[in-house]
Write a protein that binds this ligand. Structure first.
Ligand SMILES: [Zn+2]
Length: 310
């Protein structure tokens, strides 16, 4: 009998839950994460949502094959435990989620880092189909990354393998980072640094960006003809390119998939990264393709449903 899988994408703002079969989301819902509360308080609401979705689709528990959950932190996929204390859901590392799923539905729970879950979705159902060596980056408030090598997720010795693309040092004389180091990818070009990094710039006073409360990539792209926007964009494209160059040299992928909120203006970014890689990377010209992610919103759910089915 064909099984159904539940994919849960547990984020800092929303928890997305979907019932998936053969890579298709049959039904889904998004509930508020309320992540400043404990995970213990949220689990009953997640359970109710899963039961409601299954009921709506008239799927009995015995046709449920497994549950997959992605989490934005360090995860031990083998022992199915969340390892690090994330700023949100501060009790997450104390909870045995696999036991939770077994007790309620009688099925195991697959656990994985959110960036890896998104990569799996692109690999199986999106831009990465047909490739077995993939680097995926996510441009947004931070800078996420994940790596698939020879058809296997790269996890490393301490479960952070491929995930720390935002904290690759690209400027050893750069600004302090929230990780404690300095000159990281994120301090050069990510959403959280933009305003503080550029409000001191001499161009700021007369810039259209000064009319907004905060400098964000949304406003930078909105006012693309503005002199400061041009300067920020040029700097950001160079920073992202430097990082992609490093990732390509480290992992030798067939494709680099780019996702995240900034990709609403994606063509410009994709073309720039492709030109940079073609010009400078030590690969035959054109052999590494830069592609836009295709599953931005539902990637976590799809990827986790796939991992739960393995
Ligand atoms: Zn850092």
């Amino acid at each position: 009998m064909d099984k159904y899988y539940v994919g849960i994408d547990l984020g800092g703002t929303n928890i997305k839950i979907g019932v998936v079969k053969d890579g298709a989301i049959l039904i889904s819902d998004s509930i508020s994460a309320e992540s400043d509360h404990s995970m213990r308080e949220r689990l009953p609401v997640i359970r109710e949502t899963i039961d409601r979705l299954l009921q709506k689709k008239q799927i009995d528990t015995d046709r449920l094959g497994g549950i997959g959950l992605s989490f934005p932190s360090v995860v031990d996929d083998k022992n199915r435990r969340i390892l690090s204390r994330y700023v949100k859901f501060s009790d997450a590392d104390e909870i045995d989620l696999n036991q939770w799923a077994i007790d309620i539905w009688g099925v195991p729970l697959a656990l994985e880092n959110d960036a890896r879950a998104a990569l799996v979705a692109e690999w199986q159902y999106g831009a990465g189909q047909g490739f077995d060596n993939i680097v995926q980056i996510t441009l947004g408030t931070g800078f996420g990354s994940a790596v698939l090598l020879e058809g296997k997720l790269f996890r490393g010795a301490h479960h952070v393998g491929g995930n720390l693309g935002g904290h690759v040092m690209i400027n050893f004389q750069g600004d302090p980072c929230n990780c404690g180091a300095y000159g990281c990818m994120e301090t050069e070009a990510s959403g959280w640094v933009l305003h503080n990094k550029w409000k001191q710039d001499p161009l700021y006073r007369d810039s259209l960006l000064a009319r907004e409360d905060n400098i964000t990539y949304r406003t930078v792209f909105q006012y693309q003809e503005d002199a400061l926007s041009k300067k920020i964009l040029a700097h950001s494209l160079q920073a992202w390119s430097a990082n992609v160059y490093n990732l390509v040299h480290h992992f030798d992928p067939e494709v680099v998939i780019v996702g995240g909120g900034i990709m609403k203006s994606g063509d410009l970014i994709i073309h720039h990264l492709q030109d940079f890689v073609d010009q400078y990377c030590w690969q035959p010209r054109g052999s590494v393709k830069i592609l836009a992610a295709t599953h931005s919103e539902f990637a976590g759910m799809l990827g986790m449903a796939y991992l739960a089915s393995r």
